[in-house]
Ligand binder design. Sequence first.
Ligand code: DC
Length: 248
Amino acid sequence: MTMKNTSLKNSNHSLVVAIDGPAGAGKSTISTRLAEMLGYLYIDTGAMYRAVAYLVAQRGLNPEDEPALNILCRELQIDLVATDDGLKVYAMGEDVSRQIRTPEISQLTPRVAASPAVRFCLLREQRKLGEQGRVVLEGRDIGTVVFPDAQVKFFLCASAEERGRRRYAELQQKGIEADLEKTIAAVSERDLADMNRAQAPLKQATDAVVVDSTRMTIDEVLALMERVVRERERTDGEIGDKSGTVEK
Ligand code: DC
């Protein structure tokens, strides 16, 4: 598998910023904007799982067929490319940025993400992508499994009611009919599934900074997170970058 991302900018720091949290907490928006503010590389690990799910669907594979997923992983090629229009996701050279966001792929992805073969393969790639530092990695298991030694860890959350309301507003905006109570219930159900799965369950790292965005605007959340990272950059600089496990 190869990956490329062209958004890397020069910076003196080599921090790894991990952002985990449940679905619908605003992780993608926040992670994208935070990476932009910092001049760091943004790695959307959920998009990587979605890209694998897309290939599973395209090839008609059974997401529970480990040997088949193993073979797929051996030839897997996923590219993340930062563009002015946001992050583009390529699977085997095909731009799948839009296709990986369909309800069908959203439903299939947790099943594919439960595969040990897929997790093993993407874990290796995520570590490779992040090992240089100056990265914001967004996912469910970044601070606990992928980069347990990340210098900055955030756990971004909001109440299930609030996340359900945001999702409902989003659907309404797109002209998609939905029921508020059912949307909130679906969010809670997904939380339970994410927290109780055997492979890399959603779990808050003990050393994560918890940011509850229930009553905060995106700008307030970003300002708080930027402050935390800048402070860590400052102390990291003072101790000459010797504290982290990330090598330059
Ligand atoms: O963040 P998202 O909705 O794009 O994630 C898509 C799916 O991938 C979701 O079911 C959770 C899963 N995922 C995961 O298991 N581990 C990650 N590090 C990121 C996402």
